[in-house]
Design a protein around this ligand. Structure first.
Ligand code: AP5
Length: 221
């Protein structure tokens, strides 16, 4: 079982890189933000609860988040592991993940931090565009679509996330970076933390992550 935790501040590029790693490692990309947004879209009880926090840029309570992720990881497609994007986000979530994996004789194998200075994160989030059909991610400058407003991959309309408004971006930074530091420390103490400079292009960052995962040489073969 290969469990990879991708860590980084809001907008660091976790979702972008998780999609690249998913294709490479052939294990699912499990993003708590996407799970919450799907629940909001369905109008489920979890979605209604989560929306109260997400729209203010706050973390959803641990109990709801942990339950949702462990249920997702229990599905058959995650039997071989998963790339976790946006989870764990607190020390309590990290401990709960450790305990759940230990119960299956498994553990987090890699904790990869995508490190981007706070001043760059705001530009990344405010320039982000996402396709309605499948959530493919673009950036107005760093990764623009061929036709403005249209997804290259499925032709659907691009839109901006509600929480990518300037005031919510600020709240996400202020409210979430302290908890991220706790999670980074959790994996550093376990000797699992690897940090990658996220300021380079998407492909260079992907290469650095693959090197950390020991996949680069295999890909060249
Ligand atoms: P979530 O959806 O996880 O949001 P986030 O962590 O704030 O992360 P983002 O999705 O905004 O950014 P990203 O790092 O994936 O960057 P991306 O690849 O898109 O969570 C949303 C909310 O849900 C939270 O605020 C919270 O309320 C709740 N939540 C989620 N998980 C939770 C948890 N575990 N516990 C409690 N609550 C939780 O890239 C950003 C932009 O930059 C894109 O436009 C991209 O094209 C561009 N870009 C990417 N890489 C590069 C690069 N190398 N150079 C230039 N541009 C780049």
């Amino acid at each position: 079982m290969t469990v990879v935790v991708l860590l980084g501040a809001p907008g660091a590029g976790k979702g972008t890189q998780a999609e690249i790693l998913r294709k490479r490692l052939n294990i699912p990309h499990v993003a708590t933000g996407d799970l919450f947004r799907a629940a909001v879209g369905e109008g489920s009880a979890i979605g209604l609860e989560a929306r109260r926090y997400m729209e203010h840029g706050q973390l959803v309570p641990d109990e709801i988040t942990i339950r949702m992720v462990l249920e997702r990881l229990s599905r058959p497609d995650a039997a071989g592991g998963a790339i976790l994007d946006g989870f764990p986000r607190t020390a309590a979530q990290a401990r709960a993940l450790d305990e759940a994996l230990a119960g299956q004789g498994a553990r987090v194998e890699h904790a990869l931090l995508i490190d981007v200075p706070t001043e760059d994160l705001v530009a990344r989030l405010s320039g982000r565009w996402i396709c309605r059909a499948s959530g493919h991610v673009y950036h107005a400058i760093a990764n623009p679509p061929a036709v403005p407003g249209v997804c290259d991959l499925d032709g659907s309309e691009l839109h901006q996330r509600d929480d990518d408004r300037a005031e919510t971006i600020r709240a996400r930074m202020e409210g979430q970076l302290g908890a991220l530091a706790d999670v980074v420390e959790h994996y550093r103490a376990q000797g699992l933390l690897r940090s990658v400079d996220g300021c380079y292009s998407i492909s260079v960052v992907a290469e650095a992550l693959l090197v950390q995962l020991g996949q680069a040489a295999e890909r060249e073969a």
